[in-house]
Design a binder for this molecule. Structure first.
Ligand SMILES: Cc1cc2nc3c(=O)[nH]c(=O)nc-3n(C[C@H](O)[C@H](O)[C@H](O)COP(=O)(O)OP(=O)(O)OC[C@H]3O[C@@H](n4cnc5c(N)ncnc54)[C@H](O)[C@@H]3O)c2cc1C
Length: 445
């Protein structure tokens, strides 16, 4: 790892400067560095560092980690599991991850404390200059976008936390993966479509004798002390290291779920699962912490003259299941591809390829997910669907594949057929029509 002094004394202009060494930034740095481009990856924290997360890797994340050569080390530091166990309305169902030609049929849980430094280090091993404990405090020489895209920048201004030293880090391309709050993204000119869904989630760690179970649990009904269902869902992810990650999530879209307090929700959920998992004050490893999940490509624009946003900074969490790690790796990689092509051709306009490929990869899927979220944000509908659906095992298995974005292109199973039908519906029916289906007249995203 290099220090800020090593970099600024030589004052190079990197091919790419990347802000944030979470999943999106580290993957982007890895793929660019591996292709031989000069890359500076800037991370304000020192690894290992805590990041509030459910710590769950689906097969999509495992695939990306394997492609970066990291599966053995993830397997050594994490806990392999087989699939999802869903609970709700008196029913429960164990569902293995589906067989798929590309994605494995298993996932891992691993704390972000242990995971994120591995990926950043992998980028550094492939030649990226990794600056830890260095915060990007602003854009260097920002310029207005000619066509409504992101602002341009000659690099970023940085501050080394330990010494207070400030410096400029120059780059031909600047990629921002600074997470859900994305200060740099907002400086580039991003905004969120507020009528589209946003998730909120909270998690805490507990020690538990059941820490190495081969399932991640998802509870689709959380109950208050009087037994009434409250909006939100809960998870228990065994970490295999003596602890379980226990959390709750909530979608902010939909008036019916407004005003719900995630701290209360977490209390209810812990109370509901306490006996089964041994959750109590003695086994708690500390107060829960939370964060927001910007989803469904709700944040834009994503491309400027020489700038891009990736991961949470671009609103890339999957609205179906709150998963953002895989989409961080994937969007980092897609951005790296477009930057590489722009560098090779010496043509910055090729950055537009990134937006096109995002649309191709996620456009229909996220549109469908946003509509789905609008529908299930209505507790009445959620209750009816779930209490019936959880008893129809094949349907739930198909839904699992769809919600985790693990559908197969080579098979025409019910989920794929249903998915395509829904996509077509989403194309031809104005989005407001989904709200009309609910009979509440509200607009939808
Ligand atoms: C409670 C909760 C549970 C979740 N559970 C899951 C889950 O189980 N599975 C899943 O797939 N997803 C989960 N997510 C979503 C997932 O955490 C995110 O989608 C994912 O971390 C996004 O990766 P990223 O690289 O875009 O951003 P981040 O992971 O947030 O990384 C951004 C990085 O940038 C750094 N940074 C920020 N600003 C600066 C700056 N100015 N200069 C330098 N560095 C900076 C930060 O320190 C951080 O390291 C959860 C989210 C929450 C809140």
């Amino acid at each position: 790892m290099k220090s800020l002094g090593d970099i600024t004394s030589a004052s190079p202009t990197f091919d790419a400067v990347i802000v944030g060494a979470g999943p999106s930034g580290s993957s982007c740095a890895y793929w660019l560095a591996r292709a031989g481009w000069s890359v500076c990856l800037i991370e304000k924290k020192d690894f290992p560092r805590v990041k509030t997360c459910g710590d769950g890797l689906t097969p999509r994340s495992v695939h990306q980690l394997a492609q970066m050569g990291l599966e053995p080390v993830v397997a050594a530091n994490g806990h392999r599991y087989n699939g999802l166990r869903a609970f709700g309305f008196g029913a429960s169902l164990e569902m293995n991850w589906p067989e798929h030609p590309v994605f494995p049929n298993y996932g891992y849980t691993i704390t972000r404390f242990n995971l994120d430094g591995l990926v950043a280090q992998r980028a550094a091993e492939n030649g990226a200059v990794l600056l830890n404990g260095v915060e990007a405090t602003g854009l260097l020489e920002p310029s207005e976008s000619p066509n409504g895209g992101l602002r341009g920048a000659a690099g970023v201004v940085v501050k080394e936390k330990a010494t207070g030293t400030t410096a400029a880090v120059r780059g031909r391309y600047v990629i921002v993966g600074d997470g859900q709050n994305s200060r740099l993204g907002r400086e580039l000119g991003t905004g969120r479509n507020r009528s589209w869904p946003m998730g909120m989630a909270l998690r805490g760690y507990y020690t538990s004798e059941r820490h190495d179970e081969p399932w991640i649990d998802s509870h689709l009904d959380i109950r208050d002390p009087k037994g009434a269902v409250v909006p939100g869902y809960g998870w228990i992810f065994p970490l295999g290291d003596g602890r379980v990650n226990v959390g709750v999530g909530l979608l902010s879209t939909g008036g019916a779920w407004k005003g719900v307090n995630t701290t209360k929700l977490q209390e209810y959920f812990v109370a509901q699962t306490a006996d089964a998992w041994g959750l109590n004050d003695e086994t708690s490893c500390g107060a829960p912490t939370g964060g927001r999940l910007p989803m469904g490509m709700a944040i834009g624009p994503r491309v400027g003259a020489n700038t891009m946003t990736i991961g949470d900074a671009a609103g890339m969490v999957n609205p179906f299941n709150g998963e953002g790690i895989a989409y961080g790796y994937e969007t980092g990689r897609l951005a790296a591809g477009a930057v590489g092509e722009a560098l090779l051709a010496n043509d910055p306009s090729l950055l537009a390829l990134y937006d096109e490929r995002l649309e191709q990869a996620y456009g229909d899927y996220f549109k469908l997910a946003r509509a789905f979220v609008r529908v299930i944000s209505e507790p009445r509908i959620l209750t009816v669907c779930l209490s019936a659906g959880l008893r129809i095992e094949p349907l739930m298995r198909e839904l699992l594949a769809m919600m985790a974005n693990l559908m197969r292109n080579d098979q025409k199973g019910p989920a794929e057929v249903g998915y395509r039908a829904l996509v077509r519906l989403a194309e031809v029916v104005p989005e407001q029509a989904y709200a009309m289906l609910l009979g509440d007249g509200k607009s939808s995203g």
